[in-house]
Design a binder for this molecule. Structure first.
Ligand SMILES: [Ca+2]
Ligand SMILES: [Ca+2]
Ligand SMILES: [Ca+2]
Length: 276
């Protein structure tokens, strides 16, 4: 028995981390706190890859993700239109105090905790693969031409965010990969250190929170005798209930829907079980 309404909700957040991987076998370059991050190649065919991460922890576990859209401000390029693709990053990475200034395409000396071409966190932790560890599947692509705002969206990004919210994958954000087959293709995007907050990376997520399943204390989609023990636990030992059923909502024991779980929910629970 499902009660309550499944209402769509949205989360709009700016990035909480962004950086650039500058191709450099020594891993000496980064730009953790610079005002831009880069994707593409330099005129001498040195690769740059952008990293960006958003905190999506405000979305309740069990939510269904319906739509995801990322907006970036591209503010410097010498290249014509180039495809820039997103892939889900599969290892954690950092953002130190390095700042390559303006324009920043050459990077600056990596600082402790910075991601580099070989480091996840300079200078003690490393990617498995130089140039970053990421999914083999492209999540989304966009054709980036002149300066302005660009968006990435679609089913691949929905699947990424769904996996972060459900806990199937840990959220290490996305890597931006530009055209790496020709020289001079780099695009620079405003980071969350850019002077104008309106230029910062912005993620919009549409989602439906988990439905309020009154009485379904073990979260198996049914209300039956198997819910009796967890109901008693939720009533008498909320911490124990949270530990035993981390993905269930203890408020499912609020049978009379007055906002609290207490002894006044016992009779309605019995009635629910017995078909009342
Ligand atoms: Ca940054
Ligand atoms: Ca149940
Ligand atoms: Ca109640």
């Amino acid at each position: 028995m499902l009660c309550g309404t499944a209402q769509a909700d949205s989360l709009i957040v700016t990035s909480n981390r962004d950086n650039t991987l500058y191709e450099d076998s020594g891993g000496f370059l980064s730009n953790g706190s610079g005002t831009g991050f880069f994707a593409g190649t330099t005129s001498s065919m040195q690769i740059r890859r952008g990293l960006v991460r958003f905190d999506v922890s405000a979305i309740p576990t069990g939510s269904t993700i319906a739509g995801v859209s990322m907006r970036l401000r591209m503010n410097r390029t010498i290249a014509g239109a180039q495809i820039v693709s997103l892939r889900r990053v599969t290892a954690d990475w950092g953002e130190g105090i390095s700042d390559a200034g303006d324009p920043g395409g050459g990077g600056s000396a990596a600082e402790p905790g910075d991601a580099t071409w070989i480091h996840t966190f300079y200078d003690t932790q490393f990617w498995t693969n130089s140039g970053g560890d990421f999914s083999g599947v492209v999540s989304a692509s966009t054709n980036v031409a002149g300066t302005g705002f660009y968006t990435w969206n679609g089913a691949g990004m929905v699947a990424d965010v769904q996996s972060w919210v459900s806990g199937a994958n840990t959220n290490y954000g996305w890597i931006l990969i530009g055209n790496e087959t020709a020289a001079g293709t780099t695009k620079r995007f405003a980071s969350h250190e850019a002077p104008a907050e309106s230029d910062w990376p912005l993620l919009t997520i549409e989602y439906t929170p988990p439905q309020y399943a009154v009485g379904d204390m073990n979260c198996d989609g049914r209300v039956d005798n198997f819910d009796i023990d967890p109901f008693v636990t939720a009533l008498t030992d909320p911490d124990g209930y949270a530990a035993q059923y981390p993905n269930c909502d203890p408020l499912n024991a609020d049978i009379n829907q007055d906002g609290v779980v207490n002894n006044f929910d016992i009779d309605p629970f019995v009635a629910l079980l017995t078909g009342g």
